[in-house]
Each structure stands twice: as C-alpha cells, then as structure tokens.
Design a protein. Sequence first.
Length: 425
Amino acid sequence: MASSNRNTTETVAVTSSSLIYNASTSTDNISSETDSMITPKTYGPTSLIFLQTTAAQGISGAFVWLSLILTCHQIYKHLKYYTTPSEQRWIVRILFIVPIYAFDSWLSLLFFNNEYYVYFDSVRDCYEAFVIYSFLSLCSVYLGGESAIMSEIKGKPIRSSVLWCTCCLDGMSYSIGFLRFCKQATLQFCAVKPLMALLTLILQPIGKYQDGNFSPYSGYLYITIVYNISITLALYGLFLFYFATKEILAPFHPLLKFCTVKSVIFLSFWQGVLLALLEGTGGISNVYSEDGRLTFGSGTVAAGYQNFLICIEMFIGAIALHFAFPYDIYMQARLDGSNRSCLSSISSHLKETMNPKDIVHDAYHNFAPQYQQYTQTEVEDDTPPLWVQEESKKGSKSGGKGGGGRPDVYDKSSLISSDDESLSM
C-alpha cells in the first residue's frame, strides 16, 4: 500500500513537472511571438532586377555612345557641307532622332529606380512626331514641291490593293485633296503627341497616370488610345504619300530612307505594343521587395525594357541612317576653295535647321480652309545662299565673319490654284 502511494506520488510529480515545462515553453513561444510583433523585423536588401544592374546600364550606355559618335559626326558633316539647305535642313532634323532617342532612353534607365523616366520618354516621343513630318517634307522637296508633285500624279487613278491598304480608295484619283490629307495626317501627330505628353506630365505627379494601368480611372488608358489612333493615322498618311510617289522618287533611292525612318519609329511603336501585351498576359509581372511591398509595377518594368532595347536598336539605326542619308553628294557640290567651314557658319546652319518657322507656315497652309485648293511652290531666285556670299567675301576682304543660313528671299513661296495648275498641264 505504501509502495502504491509512493508510485502515485512519483507519477503526479512527473506529470506536474511536465506540465510546468510545457507551460514555460508555451510562455516562451508566446513571448517571442509578442516580441516579434512589437519589434520590427529586419529584412535583407531588395533583390535587383536586370534593368537596375550595372551590366544593363553599361551595355546600353556602350551602344548609346557609339550611336552618338556615329550620328553626331554625320550631322556635323551635313552642316559643314551645307550646300542644299532645302534638303539638308530636313535630313539633319531626321538624323537627330538617334541622339534624342538613344540618350533619352539611357537616362530613363539610369533613373529607373525613380519614375523620372516618364519625363524623359515624353521628350523622346514628341520628337517622334516631328521626324514623321520631316521625312514627308524631305520627299516633297526631292520632287520639287507640291506643284511639281501634282503635275505628275493629278488625275491618275489610285490602284486598289489589299497589301498597300488602299482598298477603300478604289475608284478615286489623285488630287490636291489627297496630298493635303497626307500632310494633315502627319501634322496632326505633331500636335497630338506633345499634348498627350503634357497630360502625362500633369497626371503623373497626382497619381492619375501609371504605365500599364488600364483602369478607366487612370489616364494611361485614354492617352494610349488617342496616341495609337494618332500615330496610326500619321504613318498611314506617310505610307500613302510614298505609295503615290515611289516611281518618281526612284532616282533618290527612297526605299532605304523610307524603311529606315519607318523602322525606327514604327518598330519601336509595335515593340511597345508587344511589351504591353506581355504585361497584360502576365509575361511581365510586378516586382516586390522581400518584405512583400510593391517595388515596381509591371508597366514600369515594361517601359524599362523598352528603353533598354531602344538603346541597342539606335546603334543599328545610326548605321542605317548613315547609308540612307550620306553627306558625300553634298560635299562634292561645295564650291572650290570653300571647304574650310568655320564654327560660326556651322552654328548658323544648325540654328536654321532647328528654326520651326517653316513648319508653322506649312501647318497653317495645310489646315487653313482658304488654302485647301491651292498648291505651294517655291519662288525661283538666283541669289546665292548667305554662306556662299560670306565665303566669297573672304577672298577679297580679310577678317570677314563667317555666317550661315539663307537670305529671306529663299523662304518665299507662292500659291497656285489647282484649277490654274490643271490648265497648265
């Protein structure tokens, strides 16, 4: 009996000690969980994605600087041998797409951690619209202006083709209205794109714009819709103009020029569309930090990859533009003994190419109702350009200041009624 009581006492003691141990263990667990809730947990650094790495910035930077060196040298040569201002003005404007696109995209990558890339991309996209119009104007200059173009194509039937997207024009013929539409289609993009860029810059700081956010309460959806309609119309107008004039443009080898300019703009556009589709289907996802917080939205990541690819593609574009718009033909036309162009004359030529006066004039001419049935033609004048006059002065007068640009008489134009033009054909 005593032995039984002793065993019972030992069992109770063991059970009590076990309960005390479990209770203390539970208390320790609870206290540790409480401490973890009170004391913030320290996480490791957020893992970098490829676009944030030094490798991505270095690779893109190498391609950017190579494209800058190649294109800036070509621009310098065109400004040095500025023998045909009416053509080279548009060529230089087109060539500037490489430095602006490349350097702008690289800056966007460098500031990828912030959302400053939106501001850089807005500047880049505005120049995109300007290049489409510049190429159309260059082709027009090659052919001698609106009056010369209409004398070649007016009254000819428009060929219907599914491949060339002219089915809807079946039964129609080329007229001044057709030429006016092509120019209006490109000029409208020059106005719409800066307006969309301005809206982006306004909506971004107040949280109403985010790349890839197709919510009806976000400005991205509506800006993207307007932008896509506008650029499609602009590229279609450029395409129709090329389709109508490709035969008479043949001596100027337009195919390489057309494909190069259109590829730089059109392919980057569809590249952005493809990245947007990947983003929408989950191919490009959000980036989260190790503590589960959203670091970058999928739209921001897609924009980053777009900028990275553009940095590389601009080097290829610089090579293509080098062969599409060579300066050799203008160098050969330079007057004997005038190859020494001073920096002041090159600076003057650059100012002339950047002067938007001719663009404003052309926009007014193409949209003003009173000019819809008139074609614009340049006034012929034998007065030599100002840089030729300055070079001539150097031979007879020392200390002459080099200059550039053309006298105002070269910018004069006259309007010819389409009815008068048809009588003269």
